[in-house]
Write a protein that binds this ligand. Structure first.
Ligand code: P6P
Length: 336
């Protein structure tokens, strides 16, 4: 390979599959399936304004949220691609009430992985042409190979993930993922349909000057969160910080990982445990954050250590540059 040509995602997967502690071919098939689905969804996202695919699909998902047509399309594409590649024995999705056991024939029961996805995160931004994303989380099954997947395979703590990543459909489309050996970002060249390694070894700056939270919910936050937000706004030292909130977790996370920052979706007196789902939003983003020298907590607890109890459970989520999250923790602990 010439020195100035960037490595493709395919080449990177092959070169690094030996470092994947479980098996060579299966991770490649998994990430390749996600790569294919990401390209298909990207094509639709990029022309959403031109064809009758934006707007609601007339259904609501288990979250009670209007399913946007692109949500439904993305959900179908990821499920179809993962199923066709015969790699996984089960899939859970934000858009599906229950998990899907992939048992179209007995061979699928030999598959050792389950995938959890938020097929199109930030979908309320679709109609206003703002970035959206896909988030995925991969585990080895814990129930016997050769039997249908069960809920137990999905309710694993985030520290058991073997891979996690996101696709950000922004000014350019990127896949960012980890298999536990650092975080790497690949940018799509749409003319070639190829992802190239554009962001090797991504890491959160140790600190930053960006805080991301929906301040419209301020009055409902705990005292510790309120005091931290006021701390960010105070004129002192390197503050006030800049407030940046896109309303799309993947985009806010991605910007903060590159520039340094903290993302917060706290619990509140209105939303109870917050809005973000543990299994297919917080856990994968927390795995990536920690692999990028960042921190992800739910309050007092490390996100990756939370033992899930329900497929769509929500948790408070604070994630980003180490020193910023540690400062938030000081405020949270003051009132507990
Ligand atoms: P709010 C999108 O629906 C999402 O799950 C995240 O991507 C985003 O950060 C958050 O919710 C936005 O929620 O309540 O601030 O509009």
């Amino acid at each position: 390979m010439s020195t100035n040509r960037k490595q493709t995602l395919g080449e990177f997967i092959i070169e690094n599959q030996k470092s994947f502690q479980y098996s060579s071919g299966e991770l490649s098939k998994l990430i390749n399936a996600i790569r294919l689905a990401a390209k298909v969804v990207n094509h639709e996202v990029n022309k959403a304004g031109l064809v009758d695919i934006i707007g609601t699909a007339g259904e609501t998902n288990i979250q009670g949220e209007n399913q946007q047509k692109l949500d439904v399309f993305a959900n179908e594409k990821f499920i179809q691609t993962l199923t066709n590649r015969e790699i996984v024995c089960g899939i859970a999705s934000e858009e599906e009430d229950s998990f899907i056991s992939i048992n179209s024939n007995d061979e699928n029961h030999q598959n050792k992985y389950v995938v959890l996805i938020d097929p199109l995160d930030g979908s309320s931004n679709i109609d206003v042409n703002v970035s959206v994303g896909t988030i995925f989380s991969i585990y080895r099954r814990v129930t016997p190979v050769g039997t249908p997947a069960t809920l137990e395979d999905f309710l694993q703590p985030g520290n058991q993930q073997v891979a996690a990543g996101y696709v950000v459909y922004g000014t350019s489309t990127m896949i960012v993922y980890t298999t536990g050996d650092g975080v790497n970002g690949f940018t799509l060249n749409p003319a070639l349909g190829t992802f190239y390694l554009s962001h090797p070894n991504m890491t959160f700056p140790e600190t930053g000057k960006i805080y991301s939270v929906n301040e419209g919910n301020y009055i409902h936050f705990s005292k510790g969160v309120k005091d931290y937000i006021k701390y960010c706004q105070m004129e002192e030292g390197d503050r006030p910080y800049t407030s940046r909130y896109i309303g799309s977790l993947v985009s806010d996370f991605h910007r903060n990982m590159i520039k340094g920052g903290i993302y917060m979706y706290p619990k509140s007196s209105v939303t109870g445990n917050g809005k973000l789902r543990l299994l297919y939003e917080c856990n994968p983003m927390a795995f990536i954050a920690e692999q990028a020298n960042g921190i992800a907590i739910g309050g007092k607890t490390r996100i990756l250590d939370i033992q899930p109890t329900e497929l769509h459970q929500r948790v408070p989520f604070f994630c980003g540059s180490r020193k910023m999250v540690e400062k938030l923790q000081e405020f949270l602990e003051k009132y507990h």
